[in-house]
Ligand binder design. Structure first.
Ligand code: FAD
Ligand code: SF4
Length: 471
């Protein structure tokens, strides 16, 4: 059998609404997340018809039909090895990938009985194997006497380090934060991704031999130049951390916060770290909260504020519901948990009281107009009365941009007009920057995207470095 010990005691819940670190009380119950059983997972493997469309749709081209075949024969450990041959964090992707747009969206059974639950299988099987004591076997790896500095312990950096160590190259990972994961630890809320999963992975990576230098910011605690001199190559996977503004007056008023600092402070609190000046903890308990934005990060803010016992949470979006970039599932869950939505409204002003504390968001109605530069119908404000939506807390969730990293451009790494690192896309030196020894990947190259695409970049960059070092 797959499991030798009771799954209840060792397997983190699949979509746990109550983190094991933090005890929170959601205002209303979400869509009942059923803890999958071993039988459920086995039956999913039985359903697979081996068409392979999911493999093409997965950015990592995971060997999904091969795992399903192995699982049908009860070969759990072999399946986990195959999962790790293309993915460095399968237990995490299985939880956080938007599967409906990727692997499961391509499943041939989707229009019949619903897709094979690829993500659930990937998460369950990896978690079960790790709980049984599975570890990657690196005993046959021959050390190559090369060292690579990896800047950033987000999914891109971790994936790069994973591929390097499996190929005999010593990765040394630097991160300014006290734990690994980047947005996995500090961005994605704990009700979606239990932070204990990251701790478990950090231990596995350390046991594989990856060196971590945490609480170490490149450009401040150690210079980029020193890394260039000391290491055979450098990988930059620093993510995107500059929040886009709404362009409203008084965005710095008391009670107004950007989505990322808000979510990061909540995650820091959950993990037991103190708040920082850049990420102050915003208490929303008993307050009327307005979230401005219509993407997945806005939904994370909405659902987090509900869990933090806000009196009400209202999401404002300037287009219609069908145009929302957030996943349909996230919007449905937010509604079910008690969020209110106002579509076709443009925030035009923040209302403040005498002590400069926010009291409301002033909006005007919009309609959809001509296509904009991105090919989406642009919202156009309709002349008419302004309305006030009461708000004691306002969270701005309008997306992220590349942060300025002077230590990068000073040394001559080419950036594009928006501050993203320019990299080669050709196969043999994929993700090499304008400096021969420097490679980059993840959000800092292609903009804010997904965990799975950051992993794909980290792995490709590692393969390029390995090829370059062998020449
Ligand atoms: P990051 O994860 O941002 O990691 C970068 C790391 O670099 C950080 O740890 C940072 O501390 C470190 N760093 C930066 N500068 C320095 C420096 N100078 N010195 C040392 N270290 C440095 N994607 C999904 O697929 N599913 C989701 O459900 C999902 N939810 C999300 C929710 C939120 C709120 C956010 C913000 C993003 C979400 N994403 C989601 C997107 C996903 O998290 C990112 O695309 C992914 O984490 C990018 O990986 P990365 O490695 O490029 O960067
Ligand atoms: Fe699907 Fe993501 Fe796993 Fe690929 S990594 S198989 S897209 S869940």
């Amino acid at each position: 059998r797959w499991l030798k010990i009771s799954p209840k005691t060792i397997i983190p819940t699949i979509t746990s609404e109550t983190s094991t670190i933090e005890s929170v009380t959601p205002k209303a119950l979400p869509l009942s997340p059923k803890q999958p059983t071993q039988n459920y997972v086995f039956n999913q493997a039985l359903r697979c018809i081996q068409c392979g469309l999911c493999k093409q749709a997965c950015p990592l081209h995971n060997e999904i039909p091969a795992w399903m075949a192995l699982l049908r024969g009860n070969h759990l450990i072999d399946a986990v090895e195959v999962m790790h041959s293309t993915n460095s964090l399968p237990e995490i992707c299985g939880l956080v990938c938007p599967q409906e747009r990727l692997c499961e969206g391509a499943c041939s059974l989707g229009k019949l009985d619903g897709p094979v639950k690829v993500g659930t299988v990937e998460h369950f099987v990896t978690t079960a194997a790790i709980a049984q004591g599975w570890k990657p076997d690196l005993s046959r790896v021959k050390p190559k006497n090369k060292r690579v500095a990896v800047i950033g312990a987000g999914p891109a950096g971790l994936a790069c380090a994973d591929v390097l160590i499996r190929n005999g190259i010593q990765p040394v990972v630097f991160d300014r934060y006290p734990v690994i994961g980047g947005m996995l630890s500090f961005g994605i809320p704990s009700y979606k991704l239990d932070k204990l999963i990251l701790q478990q992975r950090q231990q596995l990576f350390s046991e594989m031999g990856i060196e971590f230098h945490l609480n170490t910011e490149v450009g401040k605690d150690i210079s980029f130049n020193e890394l260039l001199k000391t290491y055979d190559a450098v990988f930059v996977g620093t993510g995107t951390y500059r929040s886009k503004t709404a362009g409203l007056e008084h965005e710095d008023a008391s009670g107004v916060i950007q989505a990322l600092p808000y979510l990061m402070a909540v995650n820091r609190h959950t993990m037991g770290f103190s708040e920082t000046e850049q990420q102050p903890y915003l208490n929303v308990m008993g307050k009327h909260v307005v979230v401005i934005g219509g993407g997945d990060t806005a939904m994370d803010c909405v659902r987090t504020a509900l869990r933090k016992n806000a009196a009400s949470v209202t999401c404002l979006y300037r287009r219609d519901e069908a145009s929302m970039p957030a996943s349909v599932k996230e919007v449905a869950l937010a509604k079910q948990e008690g969020a209110q939505f106002r579509f076709n409204v443009q925030p035009v002003e923040l209302q403040l009281d005498n002590s400069l504390q926010v009291t409301g968001v002033i909006v005007q109605s919009t309609k959809l107009g001509a296509l904009d530069a991105c090919g989406r119908k642009a919202p156009v404000v309709i002349a008419g009365p302004k309305r006030v939506i009461a708000a004691e807390r306002v969270i701005l969730a309008l997306g992220f941009e590349a942060q300025h990293m002077p230590w990068l451009d000073e040394i001559g790494v080419e950036l594009d007009n928006n501050g993203y690192i320019v990299t080669q896309q050709s196969t043999e030196n994929a993700l090499q920057t304008s400096l021969v020894k420097v490679y980059a990947g993840g959000d800092i190259v292609h903009g804010s995207d997904l965990v799975v695409t950051a992993i794909a970049d980290g792995r490709r960059a590692a393969m390029s470095m390995i090829t370059a070092m062998e020449q």
